[in-house]
Design a protein. Structure first.
Length: 352
């Protein structure tokens, strides 16, 4: 296990009493190499080799690639789909290998590998000491999809929740869990609502076709970006941006794109939502009733995208066989801050 910073904290206490006074010292607090910065999950070559994770410190001084391999001298597996977190740990989901690798999120030292009870896992959510993982099963089978429930003390799957076809991103508000159903290798148009107290689906919300991404806004509304059915499906449909009232779990409003427009990704900076479309990034206020006509950024990589603290983060998968990159832009000035070379197919951006 590697440590970069060691902070020694000495507490001096004076115990005032009839018989005793003295000085007390606390044990050192260790801060790992990867405690503060940006993590990027790199999918790796499909069905060949391994996915990796890259780290960039908050000072943006450099990028360190394949950090799990460096720390543990072993690979994560293929394909690294996503990373989820609880307070102290990160959960690296590899969907082809059917594993979730549990690491200390500060040091990236391996804690456990979960390999039983998963079938094409996609995304991880931690809620009240339990992990929830979306699983496609056979991506062409509409009947075998489920949420795996993981005991985070034992790192074992302790149960499943059957859900609709193609569960993808997963998010929670208070004790309610929302699952977007993209539809595996097909298409779906639903968001499942799961009661975190009972671990049962309480309702299913019909939404635009192929819901890809979700964000909660400052007042608790759930925004869902749907890409729409692609042209190769033979029944192309428009993408949409929908707002769900999380008190009633009903669609409150929806804005449609053109039939041939298929947006992807969804970020939120506390005021505006950001999405990608045809190699450009657009921003839209949560109060808007129409889609923007002006691009916020154009000609940037859009394989992954998010926003945070006044900056836009995007990745470029290049040719999907060589190393990709992460670029950071200032949202106010539109200037590029920095670009880093990462691993193969950088597909997820996270903040540690």
């Amino acid at each position: 296990m590697r440590f970069k910073n060691v902070v020694s904290v000495i507490a001096i206490g004076f115990l005032i009493g009839a018989c005793d006074s003295g000085i007390k010292s606390l044990d050192p607090i260790f801060i790992g190499d990867y405690a503060s910065g940006i993590l990027v999950s790199n999918e790796g070559p499909f069905n060949n080799g391994t996915g990796t994770v890259s780290f960039i410190p908050n000072d943006l001084s450099s990028a360190e690639n394949a950090i799990y391999k460096k720390v543990n001298n072993t690979d994560l597996g293929n394909v690294v789909q996503s990373i989820g977190f609880d307070e102290n740990r990160a959960y690296v989901v590899a969907n082809v290998s059917n594993t979730i690798t549990v690491v200390d999120r500060s040091t990236f030292g391996k804690i456990a590998v979960i390999s039983e009870g998963l079938n094409n896992p996609r995304y991880f959510l931690a809620l009240d000491g339990k992990g929830y993982v979306t699983n496609w099963g056979d991506p062409n089978d509409v009947t075998d999809d489920f949420i795996a429930m993981i005991n985070l003390m034992t790192n074992t799957v302790e149960g499943t929740i059957p859900v609709d076809f193609g569960p993808e991103e997963i998010i929670s508000r208070q004790r309610t869990i929302y699952v977007a159903h993209q539809g595996g290798f097909g298409q779906n148009n639903k968001v499942s609502v799961i009661d975190g107290s009972t671990d049962e689906v309480s309702t299913t919300i019909e939404i635009g076709d192929v819901p890809k991404a979700m964000q909660l806004d400052a007042v608790g509304n759930l925004w869902v970006l749907s890409s729409g059915k692609p042209s190769f499906s033979g029944e192309e449909t428009a993408g949409s941006l929908s707002k769900i009232n999380t008190t009633t779990n009903e669609v409150e409003s929806s804005i449609d794109f053109s039939v041939t427009e298929h947006p992807n990704h969804l970020g939120y900076d506390g005021t505006n939502l950001y999405y990608t479309l045809d190699g450009a990034v657009y921003s839209i206020a949560t109060s808007a009733t129409q889609l923007p006509t002006e691009k916020t950024f154009d000609g940037v990589g859009t394989y992954a995208m998010t926003v945070r603290d006044g900056r836009l983060y995007t990745t470029d998968a290049k040719d999907f066989a060589s190393n990709g990159s992460l670029s950071i832009y200032d949202l106010s000035t539109k200037d590029e801050v920095k670009t880093f070379e990462l691993g193969i197919i950088p597909g997820g951006i996270y903040f540690n």
